[in-house]
Structures are given as C-alpha cells and as structure tokens.
Write a protein that binds this ligand. Structure first.
Ligand code: GLN
Length: 481
C-alpha cells in the first residue's frame, strides 16, 4: 500500500475512490504511525482507536454499495482538545477538566462526522488555549517534528505537530490570537484563522469569545480549503455566525493586477534572518506571477498586543468562572475536602488551573473591576475599533495583505516559559487580525522535507471579512509555482 501518511486530502480521496486502499486500511496506518512515533512527538492527548476504525468501515461500506462519499470521507483527522466530541474526554489540556467527558458534539465535530471524516483523537494544546508553545499543557510536551528540541508553537501545537509528522492527514485548531497560524508556521503546514462568525463556536471550550474561531490545519492550501467548506456556515447554536456562502472557490490562473499590501509596521528591525529572507523570497515569487506590492500603513498595529492582553483576560476571567468544582469533573477528589462553598471554589480553582490561566483570570478581573474598567477595558475596546478601521482603510487600496507570522522560527523548550512577556510577544504579528475579526492564512514559505535540518517559516495572507476564497486562491497560486 502506498504511504497514506504522506497523502494530501485531495490525493487520498482519489486513491480511496479508485480503490487503491480502503478507508479502514488507511486509518490503521495512521494508528500504527501514532503508536510508533507519538511517544516521541507527543501530539495526542487521547486516541479514538476503535471508534476511528468503525467510522472508516462506514466509509468503506458506502463505497462498496456505490453510494457517493464526501471529499473528506475517511480522512483521518486530529482535533484540538478544546472541541467537544460526545462520549469522549475533552480536557483543554487542563487538570480542571481532566476527567470531563463531553455530553454533546461541537457543531464542527457534528459536521465532520456527517461528512464521514475519521476522528483519530484529541491533540495537545496550551491549557485552555493560552500560550504560544504548547508548553503550558498540564499533561505533556509536544515536540516540533522538525527539531525535537524545539516547540511546535501554540496553542494548537498538538494539531500542527500531528499533521507535520504524518500522524493525521489534517487537523482542527482554534485561534484567539495566532493559535492556528503560529504553530502552522513553526511546523511547516498551512493554517487558516477564519473570519469571526464564519465557523460555529458551539462546543468549543471558550477562551475569549469575541476572538475565538475554529480553523483548518493541513498540508496544503487546497486541503485547508476543502476542509473549511465542510464546517463553515451559519449555526443556530452560535448567534455570532453569519450566513455567508463561500461558493465553489476561486482559482487564479492569472494574478496580474492584484495588489498585496506590506504593512510597514510589520517589517521592522528585529526580524530573524530566516523570516526576513523567507518573506523576501515569497514576495519575489508573487511579483514574478504579476502581483503588485504596495507599502501600507496600519498606524494602530503597535497597540494591538496591549489591547489584546486587556480584552482577552477580561473575557477569560468571565468565561472561566464556570469552572467552580460543581459543574465539571476535574481532578479526582478535588471537591471532597471542602467544608464550605468558598472552600470548594478555592480548592478547585487553586488545584485545577495552572499558572497561566490563573495569571489571566487575575489580570482580567483587575481590568474589569469598578475602579479600572474605564481606564483599561473600555479604552482597549476603543483601540480595538481603531485597529479594525486601519484594516478597512487598507483594503480600499489592496486586495490582500502579507506579513510575517512570527518574528522568528520555532524556539527551544524553556526559552520563553519563565518570562510571560517574552511568550506574549510571539503574538505580535497575529493578534491584529483577531481583534479586527478578519481572516489570515499561514502558508509555508518553502516546503521543507522532514528532517532536512532547516526550520520551517511561514508567511500570512490577510484578507477582508469573508474573503477566505481570495486568500485560498493566492495561497494555491504560491504553492503551485
Ligand atoms: N498566544 C496567544 C495567547 O497566549 C494564543 C491564544 C490563542 O490563539 N488561543 O493568548
């Protein structure tokens, strides 16, 4: 059998319908690879062995009886462990939810199941999606498949590492401020953070609700696009979703006349050589294809990080209030010792949350408190609007924006963990799009071969609201040439 672990969704679908292999065989290969390699990589927190094989058999039966199958039928996938799968553990990589079993499917999960995708298991992440390296997981370290001494990025680090190491054909991640684009870039894969409202958040464990979005992580732009179409769309269970029809997608055979903006605020000194050279390489390639580049200004971009680290903790502090030791099963025995209600809260929240969620709950409670609300939270909301206005202005003159994803490639374990500010700075180029609610697509600059010794670097293409199709078209153009 051909090496299914290396196939793209597109190639897999052809192989499957041409009966070169069965869905069950393919899933078996992925489970074998996980068995052999995940001890070292640490991408998964739980594996759905039997359920995955059963879901694959359903696809084989459909094919045998001549029924049509979806383009993602049988595709072995990983899900970030903050998305609910009925009957399965969903921990958000926190002790607080160590024993929590989901009672319903997230909307994205239901849509994937309806399309007969195969869910291999749940991927590691930073606790409650807070972090940029996956080092804040309460359970394990995930290693970057390109260099095991380095982090995979975060917070969707397990999803990215699983795809990069051939332990999943594609994955879902969530992004509140770069948690899809950053690990995608560090692991040499493609990731899309969709427009806010494009994808339902129902069944996603909330971090900061006005910023969170679920998106695809895959080997190619084409795969990310295929996947995205299967779970985007309006959902009655999430009133922030918008009824936008993405249609059949776009292809750019001739890109002449398209304009890409380069924000001058993002091309500052301090970028690593790899990022600077990589971006230059990508710009030149697009130029050869007839695309015009323009310098643009995003004057408020420099306030984005400060703005994010006020709004996000404010939302975190209220979202995480629900974890009180009464409603969800966390660390075993956590509630037994308590003599009063406040004792129970203290015992649960003191043991259940790791240091990073605790830091953010404290920060968030502070910026929302009566004396400081106007000075911090209300002001940050105004700055958020200015950041969004900058993008609106920029998109009057350009079709898309190109920028680095992070200042440098994957860093080493331990390099930033003792300094929260250093870790927060990883978000310096990603947080603007989340605050503005617009889509960003991370694309690897070159497709490095695994073990080739070089660290992957990506660039991001940023579009206006609901312009994912244009980003995909540009990304596919880059990939093909
Ligand atoms: N680095 C961001 C943070 O720590 C990542 C958040 C996210 O996108 N989930 O808040």
């Amino acid at each position: 059998m051909m090496n299914v672990n290396e196939l793209t969704i597109k190639e897999f679908h052809s192989g499957l319908t041409e009966k070169k292999f069965s869905a069950k065989e393919a899933t078996g290969e992925f489970l074998k690879a996980i068995d052999a390699k995940d001890g070292e990589i640490g991408a998964y927190l739980s594996i759905f062995g039997e359920e995955a094989l059963a879901a694959a058999s359903v696809v084989d039966e459909k094919i045998a009886s001549g029924d049509g199958i979806s383009e993602i039928a049988g595709v072995p996938m990983a899900l970030k462990d903050n998305m609910l799968v009925k009957g399965m553990k969903t921990t958000a990589a926190s002790k607080m939810l160590e024993n929590y079993v989901a009672s319903y499917d997230a909307t994205v999960v239901r849509k994937l199941k309806d399309a007969n995708a195969v869910l291999l298991g749940k991927a590691n992440m930073d606790e409650f999606a807070m972090g940029s390296s996956t080092e804040y997981s309460a359970f394990k370290k995930t290693k970057n498949p390109y260099d095991l001494s380095r982090v995979p990025g975060g917070s969707s680090g397990g999803s990215a590492a699983a795809v990069a190491a051939g332990l999943a054909m594609a994955a879902l991640g969530s992004d509140t401020s770069g948690s899809i684009c950053l690990p995608a870039s560090f692991c040499g894969i493609v990731g899309l953070r969709p427009t806010y409202g494009a994808v339902s958040r129902s069944g996603l464990i909330a971090m900061a609700s006005s910023l969170d979005q679920i998106g695809p992580m895959a080997k190619t732009v084409e795969d990310a696009e295929i996947l995205f179409r299967h779970f985007a769309g309006k959902d009655a269970l999430d009133s922030t979703t918008v009824n936008h029809v993405y249609g059949a997608g776009e292809h750019l055979d001739d890109a002449r006349g398209l304009k890409i903006g380069l924000p001058k605020e993002f091309f500052v000194s301090g970028l690593s050589r790899e990022v600077e050279e990589g971006l230059e390489f990508a710009v030149q390639k697009f130029k050869k294809l007839g695309i015009e580049f323009r310098e643009i200004e995003l004057p408020h971009a420099k306030y984005a990080l400060s703005c994010y680290y006020i709004i996000m903790p404010a939302e975190v502090s209220s979202n995480l209030a629900r974890f009180d030791g009464v409603r969800y099963q966390g660390v075993a025995g956590m509630r037994n010792e308590a003599k009063s209600l406040s004792d129970l809260y203290l015992a649960t929240r003191g043991t259940g949350f790791g240091p990073e969620p605790r830091r953010r709950i404290l920060l968030g409670t502070f910026v929302l408190s009566a004396g400081y609300y106007d000075a911090y939270y209300a002001k940050a909301q105004k700055v958020r609007r200015l950041i969004k206005n900058d993008f609106d202005e920029a998109f009057k003159n350009v079709d898309a924006i190109m920028a680095p994803v992070a200042p440098a490639p994957a860093f080493r374990f331990g390099e930033k963990i003792s300094d929260p500010m250093a870790m927060y700075l990883s978000d310096i180029f990603t947080t603007q799009t989340n605050l503005a609610g617009i889509p960003a697509l991370a694309v690897p600059i070159k497709q490095y071969s695994l073990g080739g010794g070089e660290l992957p670097v990506g660039f991001q293409l940023i579009g206006n609201r609901f312009e994912e199709n244009r980003l995909f078209a540009l990304g596919k153009l880059y990939e093909k040439n």
